[in-house]
Design a protein around this ligand. Structure first.
Ligand code: PLP
Length: 393
């Protein structure tokens, strides 16, 4: 059975160009980039090139890029660094809809005496910037807000948020793991101090990420040991991962506009097709301020997990909530924060597309979904009540 992969916010396929670029670094050029000899030196040169490629995608200078192992490490490093750089400040501002890489960390920090403000969002998943302004106090060490939401794709105005933080003299970090490679980012045009990104969300391998740290920002490393990354992130580099991330960033920079148009068209075809074929379903999140590849749809009176199982029988991969929380039956914290009613939040599915999807795949999903939803609704006592009320009215 063919796999139809519509779960690209969970992870992406490593592109063929990226794979071709990294393979020689496993068996042919396996030197340690820190070694004095030419064999290691040539690997260091390639890492330098990757750093330039990552920097170019986000309009940064290469010396502002620190390679890490993943988005989670980048988020943890940024927030902990801000706390270490401002030891007298004990307050962190973030939002209720962040990824667990931030929310679980701040929850842990709260047990160590830090005060946390989690900003609410409205029903479209958007932030109130005035509330952000009022939430920052003299005790705030850092504001950390995601650029794009992994579950709904909703985009936060992080550039404006960073200006508000700076007006109050507070550091600003953004978790841009879902945004980098999908929307244009130019760090020369904003005042964001730190930005996290992750390789496996943009067709590079898993196990590599990066943290952008604006030149001049006080920084405290998370991993301490050797001199790698100029002492800002110790540990022998994940050479193939870093080279893959560099290549993926180069490809994203070259093709973003073209790919976005293509992916957005497929996403809209899927969305419109579902809305027109299936009664009582609704898109979650602001319709415009959204990533071009993501749609989060609630189907009333069905369980998201049940939809996923039936989609899986046809080889269709999607997600309910984020991949990291789908093991639990709690409705997603993002949809709860948006005030999505219980009956809708439980039946939400995220489809996240990539350039590797085709129109035929979307049409296949559109063909299967109506039967899946009506089959599940037939089993739901609530749905039967709704149907009989609508028949009578
Ligand atoms: N932040 C966001 C918004 C994410 O979507 C993810 C992964 O899903 C992460 C952070 C964590 O990234 P990683 O899997 O590279 O640790």
């Amino acid at each position: 059975m063919k796999t139809i992969y519509l779960d690209n916010n969970a992870t992406t396929k490593v592109s063929e160009e990226v794979l071709a670029e990294i393979l020689p670094y496993f068996s042919e050029f396996y030197g340690n980039p820190s070694s004095m000899h030419t064999f290691g030196g040539q690997v260091a040169t390639k890492i330098k090139e990757a750093r330039q490629q990552v920097a170019a995608l986000i309009g940064a200078s290469p010396d502002e890029i620190i390679f890490t192992s993943c988005g989670t490490e980048s988020d943890n490093t940024a927030i902990r660094s801000a706390l270490l750089a401002n030891p007298n400040k004990k307050h962190i501002v973030t939002s209720r809809v962040e990824h667990p890489a931030v929310l679980a960390l701040v929850s842990h920090l709260s047990t160590l005496g830090y005060r946390i403000t989690e900003l609410p969002v409205n029903k479209e998943g958007l932030l109130d910037l005035e509330l952000l302004r009022r939430s920052i106090t003299a005790d705030t060490a850092i504001v950390s807000l995601m650029w794009a939401n992994n579950e709904t794709g909703v985009i936060f105005p992080v550039e404006e948020a960073a200006e508000i933080a700076h007006e109050k003299g507070v550091l600003f970090h953004t978790d841009a793991v879902q945004a980098v490679g999908k929307i244009p980012i130019d760090m020369k045009r904003n005042v964001i101090d730190m930005l996290s990104l992750s390789g496996h969300k943009l067709h590079a391998p898993k196990g590599v990420g990066a943290l952008y740290v604006r030149r001049g920002t006080k920084f405290a490393p998370f991993l301490i040991g050797g001199h790698q990354e100029k002492g800002r992130r110790s540990g022998t580099e994940n050479v193939p991962g870093i080279i893959g991330l560099g290549k993926a960033c180069e490809l994203a920079a070259a093709n973003m506009e073209k790919e976005n148009t293509y992916v957005r068209r497929l996403r809209d075809r899927l969305e419109q097709g579902l809305l027109s074929r299936i009664p009582r379903c609704k898109i979650n999140g602001h319709l415009e301020k959204r990533l071009p590849n993501t749609t989060n749809i609630s189907f009333e009176y069905v369980e998201g997990e049940a939809i996923l199982l039936l989609l899986n029988e046809w080889g269709i991969c999607a997600s309910s909530g984020s991949a990291c929380t789908s093991g639990s039956l709690q409705p997603s914290h993002v949809l709860r924060a948006m005030g999505v009613p219980f009956t809708m939040a439980h039946g939400s599915i995220r489809f996240s597309l990539s350039i590797y999807n085709t129109e035929e795949e979307i049409d296949f999903v559109l063909d299967k979904m109506p039967t899946i939803i009506s089959r599940l609704r037939e089993m739901s006592p609530y749905w039967q009540q709704v149907e009989s009320c609508e028949y009578m009215s």
